[in-house]
Design a protein around this ligand. Structure first.
Ligand SMILES: NC(=O)c1ccc[n+]([C@@H]2O[C@H](COP(=O)([O-])OP(=O)(O)OC[C@H]3O[C@@H](n4cnc5c(N)ncnc54)[C@H](OP(=O)(O)O)[C@@H]3O)[C@@H](O)[C@H]2O)c1
Length: 335
């Protein structure tokens, strides 16, 4: 089969299109023929190296590696002892058993996946939608269901309101009745943010978002959802109301600097840092999260937007586009 592999950390150019032996269906695993592969920012981080190495003290991920954590496809073969799936089933997965940087391998045509990491994809959801939503939606699910679910009437701030996770957070929060203020990095993304349910959109690279939010919500917002990190997180504390929560889930611009907890005292603020792995640790949790996401897609509450599908061999172009924040919603690879 063909796969994208990297033999060292670096820029998009380290991604090579290579022919390698196909996977074998070992006991408990399912061979999935990928039809749609999700691109996630964590794929960029794995390719670059970077902060993943520091959080596990110089962890060596082992080269060559196939990037990618998320895909949808068709069951091609089942290993001994597989009871949950049959050949021909439509399935999807997001992550394996460890952290997202430890057991990657989705940028390829065929993958052996343990059956407990797979979910069945219902007829109401396309393969592209499944690959576009499972990982980003699981992150939104973690944030909404475990960290802060906005109530009707709350005013909330979502950074990158046209991005992958940010779009889903806007859609979900507005469906729950919150007034959503969204930030976007370019004028082209403003209409998408409004379509995602934002009542107010701030171009945070052109305007001071703290001033803009203070004008819209003088008493502050109850929560900030932030996947940008370095460029926005610290200043986001300044737009929170009393007892407000600042939830960071990503580092698109770089990691957040250490936060001085004394600053929280002025308005009894809370800070959380989300990590999706612990939200979907086993088959039961993963399938419950996926069932809710697929139901919300069927209801039209969550509307995963696939902005571009690249042939798998052009994964390097896709990564360059993600790093330039060129598109919105989800980007996919087609094997
Ligand atoms: N904690 C977890 O478990 C978890 C799970 C999923 C994702 N994440 C993280 O959450 C973040 C967002 O994920 P996503 O899927 O929403 O990503 P995405 O769709 O690629 O969006 C990232 C957005 O961040 C903004 N951005 C700001 N500075 C940037 C920079 N230097 N380079 C590129 N983009 C920049 C851009 O939006 P604008 O143009 O609007 O500025 C861009 O569209 C990523 O850091 C990702 O790794 C974490």
């Amino acid at each position: 089969m063909y796969a994208i592999r990297i033999h060292q950390n670096g820029g998009p150019e380290v991604m090579a299109w290579e022919e390698i032996p196909g996977p074998v269906a070992t006991p408990g695993t399912v061979i999935v023929r990928h039809t749609a592969i999700g691109i996630n920012f964590s794929d960029i981080n794995v390719r670059r190296g970077g902060f993943y190495k520091t959080i596990r003290g110089g962890l060596d991920v082992g080269f060559p590696l196939i990037p990618g954590n998320e895909a949808a496809g068709i069951v091609e073969e089942i290993g001994e002892g597989v009871t949950d799936f049959r050949v021909g089933d439509r399935v999807a997965y997001a992550g394996m058993h460890g952290q997202f940087f430890e057991d990657t391998g989705a940028y390829c045509e065929l993958r052996a996946v343990p059956q407990d990491r797979l979910v069945a994809v219902p007829a109401s959801v396309t393969d592209e939608q499944a690959a576009a939503i499972l990982l980003k939606g699981s992150t939104a699910s973690l944030i909404v269901n475990r960290l802060h679910k906005p109530a009707k009437g709350e005013v909330v701030l979502v950074h990158t309101a046209a991005a992958g996770v940010g779009s889903l957070l806007c859609q979900w929060a507005s469906a729950l009745g919150a007034t959503v203020i969204g930030t976007v990095g370019s004028p082209a993304k403003e209409a998408i943010a409004r379509d995602n349910g934002c009542a107010h959109v701030i171009l945070y690279r052109e305007a001071d978002f703290v001033e803009a939010v203070n004008k819209i919500a003088p008493d502050g917002v109850t929560v900030v959802y932030d996947g940008v990190g370095k460029d926005t997180f610290e200043r986001s504390l300044d737009v929170l109301s009393h007892f407000g929560k600042a939830i960071n889930y990503g580092n698109a611009s770089g990691p957040v600097a250490p936060v001085d907890i004394q600053r929280m005292a002025l308005r009894s603020l809370s800070v959380a840092r989300a990590g999706v792995t612990g939200h979907i640790p086993d088959a039961a949790a993963l399938r419950a999260v996926a069932a809710e996401l697929f139901e919300l897609v069927a209801q039209g509450v969550l509307r995963p937007r696939v902005d571009k599908v690249y042939p798998l061999e052009q994964a390097a172009s896709a990564h360059a586009d993600v790093e330039a924040a060129r598109y919105s919603g989800s980007l996919l690879l087609a094997p």
